[in-house]
Design a protein around this ligand. Structure first.
Ligand SMILES: Cc1ncc(COP(=O)(O)O)c(C=O)c1O
Length: 359
């Protein structure tokens, strides 16, 4: 028998691996996980019951076309069903966006630092990453991103608000940027944290997509809706983009539990607004608290804050963990801290204060 291994695609060599947020340590005195931008609340009322009922039939395949969810989304957002595509989390849909647009020789432009899946899924597609540095204020440099577009560019990610900095781009600058992008280049507005935005200058991607056939909007049930573990997200885009996304979906990828829970979550709008409001209030408290302690924190419109700690990032994360909260360090760059339940946020604020005093 030969010792050679099967031939795999060269693009996979050296691919960065997706690092999930570290789980909270089991057995410690207190342990809160503030490392994955999850929602700290349990499912919205009625959602658990709906999911449990659907689970009773998981010997069956789910509805492959996600009919109920597609109809609900179409009603909720005032878009035709033909403009919708669902997937296994919005990261699953993002990967499909690469599949439908980009391959070897093509270029994908994205801000950096941003969502860590962008370089990974770009590499998997065989296309070339063109990361464009954030400004010194940790905001997308849209002018530089537009300058980075070449005749090989097929896809551009705009992450609004940006993960991990929480910063946003405003309507006017985004429209100006879109005016500069050729109409045959797909621009993806990744709005995973849309529901947490309170800044009225931040545009709703759905308004922008309506008049721009080269814009797709990515949304998820993982963050505000609290369904991270069920894996369901969606894109809104004109045809032929949405149709191509539906073609490339993993058959039966979104479970019936996820589909039904997503529909029930959309119907629990009042409770959702209440919970998101509470998290936004906690965000303001954490942000103000950090600023009072003397930290420089970029203004955040998401459910997390970013501390540019540079070389001290790992040390800061270790100090938080010792205090009882697990945060997300990006070694050499900064630390992202998810807004959690108020007890967790208190522990984090105390840990940040103690660390700062020792700096
Ligand atoms: C900007 C952004 N987009 C997409 C996602 C993917 O979320 P999901 O696949 O759970 O929908 C995340 C998750 O952290 C994110 O931060």
């Amino acid at each position: 028998m030969s010792e050679t291994s099967p031939k795999l695609r060269a693009e996979l060599d050296g691919i960065p691996t997706y690092k999930p947020g570290k789980p909270a340590a089991a057995g410690g005195p207190v342990a809160f996980k503030l490392s994955s931008n999850e929602n700290p609340y349990p499912p919205l009322p009625g959602v658990m019951e709906t999911a449990v009922a659907a689970a009773g039939e998981f010997n069956r395949y789910p509805d492959m076309a996600c009919t109920g969810l597609m109809n609900e989304l179409a009603d909720r957002f005032g878009v035709p069903v033909s403009h919708l595509a669902t997937g296994t989390g919005s990261v699953g849909v993002a990967q499909q966006l690469l599949q439908i647009t980009s391959g070897p020789g093509d270029e994908v432009v994205y801000p950096w630092r941003s969502f860590e899946a962008y370089p990974i899924i770009t590499r998997i597609s065989g296309a070339t990453s063109v990361p464009v540095a954030l400004t010194s204020e940790d905001v997308h440099d849209l002018d530089a991103m537009a300058d980075a577009v070449t005749d090989r560019t097929r896809l551009i990610f705009v992450c609004n608000p940006n993960n991990p900095t929480g910063t946003v781009v405003h309507r006017e600058e985004l429209e100006r940027f879109l005016d500069r992008v050729p109409s045959d280049v797909l621009v993806v507005l990744d709005e995973a944290y849309r529901e947490f935005i309170r800044d009225p200058e931040v545009p709703d991607g759905l308004e922008i997509y309506r008049s721009r056939p080269n814009v797709a909007v990515l949304r998820t049930f993982s963050k505000a809706y609290g369904l991270a573990g069920l894996r369901v997200g969606f894109a809104v885009a004109h045809e032929p983009v949405a149709a191509a996304l539906r073609k490339t979906a993993v058959p039966f990828g979104v479970s019936q539990v996820a589909q039904d829970a997503a529909v029930a979550s959309l119907r629990a709008e009042d409770e959702l607004i209440g919970r998101v409001g509470a998290l936004v209030a906690e965000r303001t408290r954490v942000y103000e608290g950090l600023r009072k302690q003397g930290w420089t924190v970029p203004p955040t419109q998401a459910n997390f804050v970013w501390l540019r700690l540079g070389e001290r990032s790992a040390e800061f994360a270790a100090a938080c963990e010792a205090a009882g909260v697990v945060v997300r360090p990006f070694p050499g760059e900064g630390v992202r801290v998810t807004i959690g339940e108020s007890e967790a946020n208190d522990i984090f604020l105390h840990a940040a204060e103690a660390f700062r005093k020792g700096m």
